[in-house]
Design a protein around this ligand. Structure first.
Ligand code: SF4
Length: 440
């Protein structure tokens, strides 16, 4: 098989891994237009300074000894198999880099022969790139669960970022759908990487030229919707991964049916994209807004409201905490107001040291007044004409189209999906009534 064939097979096989910022979008250019997106091949990641980096996203091989039920590469699935040699993959990467197609590499692999052998092949590839070609570009490498910790160490000294996919949210689900994996075998390398990052940060202080170990940190990915695990379980798990292993990101991947198995949802099931979106919004709240998973969901309320984003949902459930006055409220309290993001909260704190803020001033600071006005006052005054009643709050939280969809009892999926943090979505009338009357 020639390298081009292998490239086609192994970029296509890598596209289901969501542990990067872009993947899976497929869009051809319109006639006369420019640009197109391919679901596989190149993905994107963001550097610490905000730069977008394009990466060749590829598997070393899709030959796998494991049988994860949801995976197109599982041993029992009849699919075309291919494997790169380390030399082939390193040459391919460097040639793409020289042609300016990519700025780095996202390297993963199925488990060929055993985890150690797989990891060794990845190390050989990165060694050729780093030592022979002197390649200093960004490399994201998957840590292979079950591989020897010495190999993980070696890989970590060659890569910028590593990730260990947690795959499914619970041990029970792993046992069901990925019987060759266990929570322990996944958490052990994660823990090891975290410990090595900690040690390395001390070494760097003492020895200026100490080699860096995974300088861009580690991340993980989990599949949402293939098993009955709830949003609450998933968010709790994400929270504990952030706190125990200091992960940079937890990526959620809406389950995409690509293979048939009696243990999986039907093959024609649509990926739960709205659910994935709500989880990303909640993840944002955990990382930047100081929320805890237990504030957003609880045992009696284990799933996110599909009609409204988690921050608005939380605010409506806690109307007793509002309105807050923008001229006196703490940074933490401002962050909890729908329509006030991290940047605008910081601007409010800085600006109010010099002047008293009013509603027109808030708009200039980037506050989304359409939402925020129901939850704030400026020097004790509500925004002119604002009435806090069901209809006005509902209108502030939804676009006309979604409100129509809601009123006509269309399912949540029928509402337009906007990938902004403060998107407009449907909201259950009953929820609003309960929130505003404090009955929740
Ligand atoms: S280990 Fe499981 S998820 Fe990974 S490639 Fe093999 S079958 Fe797929």
């Amino acid at each position: 098989m020639d390298v081009f064939e292998k490239l086609k097979i192994l970029t296509d096989a890598a596209k289901y891994d969501a542990a990067c910022t872009s993947s899976g979008a497929n869009r051809k250019a319109n006639k006369g237009g420019i640009g197109s997106a391919e679901a596989c091949g190149i993905c994107h990641s963001f550097a610490g300074d905000g730069r977008c980096i394009s990466l060749l996203k590829i598997l070393m091989t899709n030959v796998c000894i494991y049988d994860c039920k949801y995976c197109v590469n599982r041993v029992s699935n009849d699919t075309r198999r291919a494997a790169f040699t380390p030399r082939e993959l390193a040459d391919l990467t460097i040639n793409f880099y020289k042609r300016n197609y990519i700025e780095g590499l996202f390297l993963s692999s199925s488990i060929i022969k055993n985890p150690d052998y797989t990891c060794e092949n990845m190390i050989k590839t990165l060694r050729i790139l780093r030592d022979e070609y002197n390649f200093s570009g960004y490399i994201h490498a998957k840590a292979i669960p079950g591989a020897d910790s010495k190999l993980i160490d070696e890989l970590g000294l060659l890569a910028d970022r590593m990730s260990v996919n947690i795959e499914l949210p619970s041990q029970k689900s792993l046992k069901l759908l990925a019987p060759d994996k266990s929570k322990n075998s996944i958490l052990m390398p994660m823990n090891h990487i975290q410990n090595r990052i900690k040690e390395n940060s001390k070494d760097i202080v003492v020895y200026k030229h100490a080699p860096k170990f995974v300088p861009a940190g580690q991340s993980t990915q989990m599949i949402v919707g293939a098993t009955p695990d709830t949003d609450f379980q998933i968010l709790n798990l994400a929270e504990s991964l952030y706190s125990k292993f200091k992960l940079k990101r937890v990526f959620f991947s809406a389950y995409m049916p690509v293979v048939q198995n009696s243990l999986l949802p039907e093959i024609h099931t649509k990926p739960p994209l709205l659910r994935e979106h709500r989880l990303y919004q909640a993840d944002w709240l955990l990382r930047f807004y100081g929320f805890k998973a237990s504030e957003l969901l609880d045992d009696n309320n284990q799933s996110f409201n599909p009609y409204i984003d988690p921050k608005c949902n939380w605010a409506l459930n806690h109307m007793e905490l509002f309105p807050v006055d923008v001229n006196t409220a703490s940074y933490k309290a401002l962050l909890r107001v729908p329509g006030i993001g991290v940047n605008s909260a910081k601007r409010i704190i800085t600006t109010r040291r010099a002047v008293k803020l009013d509603f027109s001033g808030l708009k200039k600071l980037g506050v989304v007044l359409k939402r925020a006005q129901y939850f704030i006052t400026c020097s004790g005054k509500l925004s002119y004409g604002v009435k806090i009643n069901e209809d006005s709050v509902l209108r502030s939280l939804m676009s006309d189209k979604t409100l129509d969809a809601f009123r006509n009892n269309l399912p949540a999926e029928a509402a337009p999906k906007q990938l902004s943090f403060f998107d407009n979505s449907l909201l259950l009338k009953e929820d609003i009534r309960k929130c505003l009357t404090g009955q929740m």
